[in-house]
Design a protein around this ligand. Structure first.
Ligand SMILES: Nc1ncnc2c1ncn2[C@@H]1O[C@H](COP(=O)(O)OP(=O)(O)OP(=O)(O)O)[C@@H](O)[C@H]1O
Length: 468
């Protein structure tokens, strides 16, 4: 479902436009000015429709703030002049107010279609093994990630990558390095959470002989090893405060001082940091230096959790399955229909890494030429759904999409999963709302509704059930 941001200061026009778009299945948010629109992060949307004349800055100001998201300008002055000016500044098109509903809907559909055909290409990443592979996924949130990588990589600035564990933060760091002018030099990856606190400073910054008990020889640190190249600090939220102070010096002065040394040395390192934690919140409790947070956060790339990339899950699963099959010499193995459905509906709290592990298990355990749900060994959905999915994205048409659910497969597995579903719904539907049921099952409300129809358990009207 495409997301549209309406920026219009007249509440009546704004809500009329919202109702019109929502009736045509668009997801809509509203703002009354450029400032309000900026606070909503216009790059999260697929399209911005903005009035030209707004209190404060004009709507055309959003053209570069929302880029690469297209901005459609509305103007009450159907004069060619303001419209042409907006187009010159990069607006994708304009509509004159009062607008004809059909005309507006047609323009919106055309712009969104054009945008979809100009998708950002996923970057190719060379793995440490030397093999090149693209990042997998085409959903709008990943499109934004790809376009951020493309724009940020050559800029030689510090980048902060945020996302849950296993979402692909290291992959993004590799892409940034490989598309930068430092690509010929080293990329040094360090997981700050994996190094004991007592060793991390000497690992990163090096030490002189005799600097502490056990320092029998002088040693070069990893920051210095990245000189001329890129240093990727994963889980930077785990870095102790002393090490944070030293790192800040590297960023501010471009200088490094080994532990136990009085001399400094100039280093030229691009820093890419990643975290699954909220560094700003950590800075409020004194666990992370606010000045370091500001230094790191020049550019930010946010990776969505896998449960919010519903339309990409099976695409990623197919690519990872092919790799796992090659690794284990089991080419030609496929997922059963029930296994595809389970992969699609599971909430993946451990994200792509968990999916990769489940497929590896499946490849090892599968006995025939199909991988069944039991081979994947996923926890029951109710135990594994830490967070609800976002409102549902359109699900693939079962029989049409190549990455869809209705691949050939065994009916037996289907039955047991559907039995489980039926049982769960019948047992809990009197106490739970539809939203709660869907969350517990780790599926979208739309999936829940579709399965109710398919299995013939329509929603009962019960006076005891909470309304959604
Ligand atoms: N979009 C993607 N396409 C293909 N493979 C992916 C994608 N995202 C992640 N992966 C794979 O998933 C695994 C986990 O990714 P990665 O290590 O980059 O995650 P991470 O966010 O850095 O995790 P952590 O924070 O736990 O270190 C890797 O094997 C990576 O190759």
């Amino acid at each position: 479902m495409s997301r549209i941001l309406i920026v219009e200061d007249e509440a009546i026009i704004r809500s009329a436009l919202r109702r019109l778009l929502e009736r045509h299945d668009y997801r809509v948010e509203e703002a009354g000015s450029v400032d309000e629109a900026t606070a909503l992060d216009p790059q999260r949307f697929d399209l911005v429709i903005s009035d030209l004349r707004l209190p404060g800055e004009p709507g055309t100001e959003l053209i570069h703030r929302a880029a690469p998201v297209p901005v459609l300008i509305m103007t009450s002055y159907a004069s060619m002049r303001s419209a042409v000016d907006a187009l010159k500044q990069g607006a994708v098109d304009y509509v004159a107010k009062p607008f004809d509903h059909d005309e507006l809907l047609e323009t919106v559909a055309r712009v969104l279609h054009l945008q979809a055909s100009r998708r950002a290409e996923p970057p190719d990443i060379t793995e440490p093994s030397g093999q090149a592979q693209p990042m997998i996924g085409n959903c709008p949130a990943m499109q934004l990630v790809y376009s951020r990588i493309r724009k940020t990589a050559p800029a030689d600035v510090t980048v902060l990558i945020q996302g849950e564990s296993g979402t692909g933060k290291e992959l993004v760091a590799r892409a940034l390095h490989q598309q930068s002018k430092r690509a010929h030099a080293a990329l040094i990856c360090v997981n700050c959470a994996a190094i004991p606190e007592t060793l991390i400073e000497s690992e990163l910054f090096g030490h002189e002989k005799g600097a502490f008990t056990g320092a029998s020889a002088s040693r070069t640190g990893l920051v210095e090893a990245a000189d001329g190249g890129t240093l990727f600090l994963d889980e930077i939220g785990e870095l102790p405060l002393d090490a944070q102070a030293r790192l800040l010096r590297v960023l501010q002065e471009g200088e490094i001082r080994k532990i136990g040394s009085v001399e400094t040395r100039h280093v030229d390192v691009r820093l890419i940091a990643a975290t699954h934690r909220d560094l700003r919140a950590l800075s409020k409790t004194g666990e992370f230096r606010l000045d370091l947070y500001y230094r790191l956060n020049v550019m930010q790339i946010d990776l969505p959790p896998l449960r919010d990339r519903e339309e990409d899950v099976l695409l990623i699963a197919d690519a990872l399955l092919e790799k796992a099959c090659r690794r284990h010499d089991r080419e030609g193995l496929r997922l059963s229909r029930a296994a595809r459905r389970e992969i699609h509906d599971y909430p993946w709290p451990g994200n792509v890494r968990e999916l990769e592990n489940a497929l590896e298990r499946g490849v090892i355990l599968a006995e025939g030429h199909l991988i069944h749900p039991d081979d994947l060994g996923l926890s029951p959905p109710s135990a594994a759904s830490p967070a609800p999915r976002k409102p549902p994205a359109p699900e693939p048409e079962p029989a049409k999409a190549s990455a869809g659910l209705d691949d050939e497969g065994s009916g037996e597995d289907d039955l047991s999963l559907e039995d489980y579903f039926q049982h769960f719904v019948l047992e809990h539907q009197d106490q739970m709302s539809e939203t709660e049921l869907a969350q517990k099952l780790g599926i979208s409300r739309k999936s829940l509704w579709e399965r109710r129809q398919r299995l013939g358990i329509p929603r009962k009207k019960s006076p005891r059930r909470k309304t959604d």
